[in-house]
Design a protein around this ligand. Structure first.
Ligand code: SAM
Length: 290
């Protein structure tokens, strides 16, 4: 019996640290126009997508990140009708956003058509309901070009990007955040995938510093996602409305009740509020951003 293949996550090679996954079956592997893509079966995490050596999504723990990147900004905003997702080609976040009946229109701008096509085949639990929903619009484009050109305005912008390498690098730039700010309605909120502070502190500090040049309130909230290894993951937070981060759990609970108390596996009104209580070392990074 031949040795099973192990696929390493190489994101933290420069730190001398690797997480590796024993592969049951490779479902697809190719160099796309933009990045190296491998989709495989893992005996514990189920189906997994990796792009350029970084874990993007696993069936086992995707719900944590997808719920926190969608329900926190939408319930904090309280009246989000027009939502934009940059990246997010697996449609996991889109599926969560569309649980909000108050959302009238959802646009997803993904640079790599292959990611969307594979997800239609391998993550139908997300893509089927999403592509069947009339409110959903899928755009294949570079997120930077889209926000620089569009004359539409959004109440919530969710940047579900890869890490600041390859095609994702521009999505951590000042010009990208400035273009997103231009596309937000007054009091709108932007959230971003912002890495794991224990391994990627400068990524967080640099984004929050850029947010604060554009928005009255720039910070982050956290959640722990097992396959985004390293403990807390930071989700960037940027808005002109300082109050959005201080809404009490009972008011979030009231908004959740009005939204029909749809099913979640991680997000709750209490977890929502607690996610902004940052552990001291992360709070110090955010404070360092000036
Ligand atoms: N949650 C994952 C994470 O935290 O690493 C990200 C998941 S999602 C699959 C990331 C998506 O961002 C990928 O499909 C990638 O193609 C897309 N992406 C990267 N750069 C982009 C860009 N400049 N414009 C639009 N989409 C981009």
């Amino acid at each position: 019996m031949s040795e099973k293949r192990w696929i390493p996550e190489t994101l933290f090679d420069d730190l001398g640290f690797r997480m590796s996954f024993e592969v049951e079956r490779v479902l697809y592997e190719m160099q796309t126009e933009h990045q190296h893509l491998v989709l495989f079966e893992h005996k514990f995490f189920g189906k997994m997508l990796m792009l350029d050596g970084a874990t993007q999504i696993t069936k086992r723990d995707e719900f944590i990140y997808q719920e926190m990147m969608s329900h926190v900004p939408i319930f904090a905003h309280g009246n989000a009708k027009d939502v934009l997702i940059i990246g997010g080609g697996d449609c996991g976040i889109a599926e969560e956003v569309l649980k909000h009946k108050s959302v009238k229109r959802l646009t997803q701008v993904e640079i790599d058509a292959s990611v969307v096509e594979f997800s239609k085949e391998h993550f139908p639990e997300f893509t089927k309901p999403v592509f069947a929903d009339k409110r959903f619009e899928s755009v294949i484009d570079d997120g930077m070009k889209y926000v620089a050109r569009t004359n539409r305005r959004f109440d919530v912008i969710i940047v579900d990007s890869t890490d600041p390498q390859g095609p994702g690098k521009v999505l951590f730039s000042q010009k990208f955040y400035a273009a997103c700010q231009r596309c937000l309605t007054p009091g709108g909120v932007m959230v971003t995938q912002n890495g794991v502070p224990i391994f990627q502190p400068s990524e967080l500090v640099s984004s929050v510093r850029k947010f604060r040049k554009l928005f009255a309130d720039g910070s982050c909230y956290v959640a722990a996602i097992p396959t985004y290894v390293g403990g807390h993951m930071a989700m960037g937070w940027a808005t002109a409305n300082r109050k959005l981060r201080q809404i009490p759990a009972r008011m979030i609970a009231e908004r959740y009740r009005k939204a029909g108390s749809f099913s979640t596996k991680y997000w709750t009104p209490e977890v929502h509020v607690a996610a902004f209580a940052l552990p001291r070392f992360i709070a110090e990074h955010v404070a360092r951003a000036g």
